[in-house]
Design a protein around this ligand. Structure first.
Ligand SMILES: Nc1ncnc2c1ncn2[C@@H]1O[C@H](COP(=O)(O)OP(=O)(O)O)[C@@H](O)[C@H]1O
Ligand SMILES: NC(=O)OP(=O)(O)O
Length: 301
């Protein structure tokens, strides 16, 4: 029996509520396969497109980013809970699944708060991006050949406020959905946790909770089947395995786009280095079934 953290990419969760619910139902199948085999599963997810959509829809209400992240945890957590319960019911498995509204502590002096790098929301053309820059003052960047997106600051997670509740639920046999969208960013001030306007990378937050609850495997499921070198070029090579040493070399060669594949690779390295024998796997959500039985994805060891 293994303890497995599965992180689902925000961009891989579809563009509409209907698409997202359908993807959640499909993703529930390989997740419940693991549960049926006796593994403990903890689920994390991204929220880049979703938190951007919520923030845009809330324009004019002065809704801060931490509240938008909290809403994205509820919206995505609901679909995942719904899909997983349907699959548990179909197989008559008497287990329970719960989403934890999760606050993640950051450092208010983190330099990343001064430098927006985390792409959120939808993809725009170059012209649209220039208009948004002028009219709304957004920082816009090109994202992995897919178009332009707004970027917001993304500090590193330091601690997870609800970690003991997560651990207790996991150890009692519950399926837990946590650190949605990287968690609600907070800083500790006296007795209080105060929200900060930014979006934490769910890859780093997933790695953090995976270490805190002593997971054996970290699966990061996204929109590509494998990590590639020379990504998007004629000589692209998809990797089945990548050692930590190779990963450092490829990072130096700038093989992984910042804000998309780079944080996944960095989180995978940190997890693989945290304890002998720990492995991270980066794979596609579409091929989750194959990846979870070792037949797709890139293993980082
Ligand atoms: N070297 C690379 N190998 C594979 N994918 C890459 C690489 N560099 C950039 N990418 C892009 O990174 C994307 C994954 O990042 P992103 O969409 O931000 O993830 P998420 O699924 O967490 O939302 C892939 O779909 C791909 O377009
Ligand atoms: N918060 C976050 O990392 O979201 P994505 O996985 O959508 O990038």
């Amino acid at each position: 029996m293994s303890r497995i953290l599965i992180a689902l990419g925000g961009n891989a969760l579809g563009e509409t509520p209907k698409e997202q619910l359908q993807i959640a139902k499909e993703t529930a199948k390989p997740i419940v396969d693991l549960i049926e085999k006796g593994h403990e599963v903890i689920i994390a997810h991204g929220n880049g497109p979703q938190v951007g959509m919520i923030n845009l829809a809330m324009e004019g209400t002065s809704m801060p980013f931490p509240e938008c992240v909290a809403m994205s945890q509820g919206y995505i957590g609901y679909h995942l809970q719904n899909g997983i319960y349907e699959e548990l019911n179909r197989r008559n498995i008497k287990k329970h699944v719960a989403t934890i509204v999760t606050q993640v502590v950051i450092d208010e002096n983190d330099e990343a708060l001064k430098n927006p790098t985390k792409p959120i929301g939808k993809f725009y053309s170059k012209d649209e991006a220039e208009t948004l820059l002028v009219e709304k003052g957004y920082t816009m960047v090109e994202d992995s050949g897919r178009g332009y997106r707004r970027v917001v600051p993304s500090p590193k997670p330091i601690d997870i406020v609800e970690k003991e509740s997560i651990r207790t639920l996991v150890e009692s046999g519950h399926i837990v959905i946590t650190v949605g969208g990287g968690g609600i960013p907070v800083v500790r001030e006296g007795f209080a946790y105060n929200g900060i306007n930014c979006v934490i990378d769910k890859d780093f937050a997933s790695e953090k909770i995976a270490e805190l609850i002593a997971a054996d495997y970290l699966f990061i499921l996204t929109a590509v089947d494998r990590i590639a070198i020379n990504f998007g070029k004629k000589d692209q090579i998809d990797l089945e395995k990548m050692s930590v040493e190779e990963a450092y070399k490829y990072i130096e060669e700038e093989q992984f786009a910042p804000g998309s594949m780079l944080p996944k690779v960095m989180a995978a390295i940190k997890f693989a280095e945290s304890k002998k024998g720990r492995q991270a796997i980066i794979a596609s959500l579409e091929k989750a079934k194959e990846a979870l039985i070792g037949e797709s994805g890139t293993i980082i060891y």
